[in-house]
Design a protein around this ligand. Sequence first.
Ligand SMILES: C[S@@+](CC[C@H](N)C(=O)[O-])C[C@H]1O[C@@H](n2cnc3c(N)ncnc32)[C@H](O)[C@@H]1O
Length: 263
Amino acid sequence: MDIDIPGLLLATETMAQSIAMTKGVSPRISKDDMLFDFLVRAVFTTDQKKAVEAYFNGGEDCANRFAALVHEYFPSGPKNVLEFASGYGRVTRYARKVLPRTEWMCSDIHPQAIAFLSDELGMPGAVSSTDPARWSIATSFDVVFALSFFSHTPDKTFAAWVARLFSAVAPGGLLIFTTHGAVSLAHMRANGRQDEFDHRGYYWNSNSDQRDLNPEEYGTSAVTLPYVQSAVAPLNGAELIRFQQGFWWGHQDLYVVRKPKVA
Ligand SMILES: C[S@@+](CC[C@H](N)C(=O)[O-])C[C@H]1O[C@@H](n2cnc3c(N)ncnc32)[C@H](O)[C@@H]1O
């Protein structure tokens, strides 16, 4: 389907400005943002302007949910957060509102996203890699957060990404991530797909919201708790302290992995 995303963004600019002003965040949505593109193409197909509202409201909801979650573990807020797979800042733009004393850094596979985050939101970022072995970051973080990244990760890199991101967690800190799980698979089946976990608790199809990425590197995955436990088990000192089914959007599962204060 041919959709003029820059034209839509221009036509909805005033609306975006008014929504963003009430929320106190940047009104800019990047024309390259595949998540916005997905909302327009696949979700709000009959009223594309609603995608703009959903982008701002959804980002705010996720940021509030994340802040409430981390306050359970860091009552005065974490010192710093790495938002991995941040995209073009759907959630990031709320960072200073929900966690005003926290230093925030981003990482994403799209170099344009990292440039957008820096230019438009003043957020530092680092370009990621498809290969977890080639990703590293100089700092360590109280919280490493990956929202809806492991819901798209192939089996071949899943455990390696858990390990890599855990390596960026400071002692006493947390790795927080979401996955598709049993509830997500049930939703897919309700839409007519015959989807099941394999014997290891892993499911994959090559559809995704990021149509510019290689579908072998980024598709749609779903995993069970035992599958994630086996990714966490080899990590020195890692303690899976929370699993909550359907915590995010009513279907993505939440995982919280703690790094001990002294490894
Ligand atoms: C479903 S989107 C979620 C974006 C953001 N977390 C949010 O909720 O708005 C998944 C993101 O993962 C990013 N991504 C895909 N592969 C990646 C990789 N290997 N390293 C870092 N980011 C990646 C995509 O560019 C995209 O921004």
